[in-house]
Ligand binder design. Structure first.
Ligand code: AOF
Ligand code: ZN
Length: 376
């Protein structure tokens, strides 16, 4: 079969259609996991004839939804797909085959899929069947949109975001542990979105014992969204070396799944049999950051949100595996007896952890800063 030449340099119209595919992809972001949320637009004679976005795992990929919507109109069309169409049979058959069978003529791919089962194979197959393929249109936007999935595929570990909420003087709770509330309702609603975007919400047993946090994604936070509630089911994970989490802990109740990661030799007899818990292989029965991340990567977690106290947050930051810090700052002073943000025992200026500010905005009366550690 003849190999087609790559199509022409993309023009403004091509960019518009890819931008539309990127926006569509967003509609799958709370439910596609562990799949990447992909968008696809099919265009014939400058008219959109079909479009789609990734459905919950096991359901249609973006291309299939778009092809179903287009029907016969897909013949001779141009496809704009944010991620390379898959060439493998996973939970669903290959999208490449469907694009070929439907008679699609050209394909603009945003980004090559680093999943080793795909990794250029989709593009190659489309070209081998005579379709014109252009790669890299708005690739930077796809990189940002699928950061967690891409990192897990490339590095074998999920993307870790540490969420911190603090007073202006860098405190997270009074000495008694009292911490409700430092930030206002809008900031807490914003955290709901972070949770819904995450595959796993991670905390430490200290926070479970102190706050009895539920770590749920609450439906009331999403009234304005198009997506049905049951898909927002981020896994709640407790790092709990000695299995001190009580059976009645809020983090173990409700519909959302929970998982406890503990050290070897911990006694699970007080926990319900249905509760999932996993002994990490670490030395001396610990739950080290690298093992937590490896266990969650093995479960195909792309995005992890850490919401914990100073001990686990400090350990994760020191491990070098934090990809971003999302810090909410409330205009309040909690005073010098209140608890500090992070357990980060440093002595020399040379040890200081420098961060790069990548975003800041006001949310209600609070401010949200997003930083990335400079070594990342
Ligand atoms: C696409 N279009 O919309 C998505 C793709 O198990 P499966 O069959 O659902 O395949 C999952 C893999 O397919 C996933 O790891 C990623 O490499 C790719 N995702 N591919 O053609 C899509 N979401
Ligand atoms: Zn596919």
């Amino acid at each position: 079969m003849a190999v087609a030449m790559p199509s022409d340099t993309p023009d403004a119209g091509d960019r518009q259609f890819m931008a539309r595919a990127l926006r569509l992809a967003e509609r799958g972001k709370y439910w596609a996991r562990p799949n990447p949320h992909v968008g696809c637009v099919l265009v014939r004679d400058s008219t959109v004839v079909g479009e789609g976005f990734t459905q919950p795992a096991g359901g249609d990929h973006a291309e299939i939804m778009a092809l179903k919507a287009a029907g016969d109109a897909a013949r001779g069309s141009t496809a704009y797909v944010t991620l390379e169409p898959c060439a493998h049979t996973g939970r669903t058959p290959p999208c490449c085959n469907a694009l070929i069978a439907a008679g699609v003529a050209r394909v603009f791919v945003g980004l090559r899929d680093p999943n080793p089962k795909v990794d250029g194979g989709g593009i190659h197959r489309l070209q081998a069947e005579g379709l014109a393929v252009h790669q890299g249109l708005m690739a930077d936007q796809v990189e940002a949109q699928l950061a967690g999935f891409l990192q897990r595929q490339r590095l074998g570990r999920p993307r870790l975001r540490i969420k911190l909420a603090m007073s202006l003087d860098g405190r997270t709770a009074m000495a008694s542990g009292e911490s409700q509330w430092i930030t206002g309702p809008q900031a807490r609603l914003d955290v709901q979105k972070l949770r819904a975007e995450s595959c796993a919400i991670l905390t430490g047993v200290g926070t479970v014992l102190e706050d009895d946090c539920a770590l749920t994604v609450r439906d009331s936070a999403f009234d304005d969204e198009l997506l049905p509630a049951p898909q927002r089911r981020a896994l709640r994970v407790v790092a709990d070396r000695h299995l001190r989490t009580p059976a009645h802990a809020a983090v173990l109740q409700g519909e959302q799944p929970s998982l406890i990661l503990h050290g070897s030799g911990a006694d699970a007899s007080h926990l319900p049999e249905t509760l999932e818990h996993l002994a990490l292989p670490g030395e001396a029965g610990g739950v080290a950051p690298a093992e937590i991340m490896a266990a969650l990567a093995a479960r195909e977690c792309n995005e992890i949100l850490l919401e914990s106290g100073p001990t686990l947050a400090g350990a994760m930051l020191r491990s070098g595996m934090a990809d971003a810090l999302i810090v909410y700052i409330a205009p309040v002073l909690l005073g010098s007896r209140a608890r500090p943000l992070l357990e980060l025992p440093l002595d020399e200026m040379a040890e200081a952890l420098r961060l790069q500010l990548v975003d800041r905005r006001q949310i209600g009366d609070d401010h949200r800063f997003v930083f990335v550690p400079q070594s990342v």
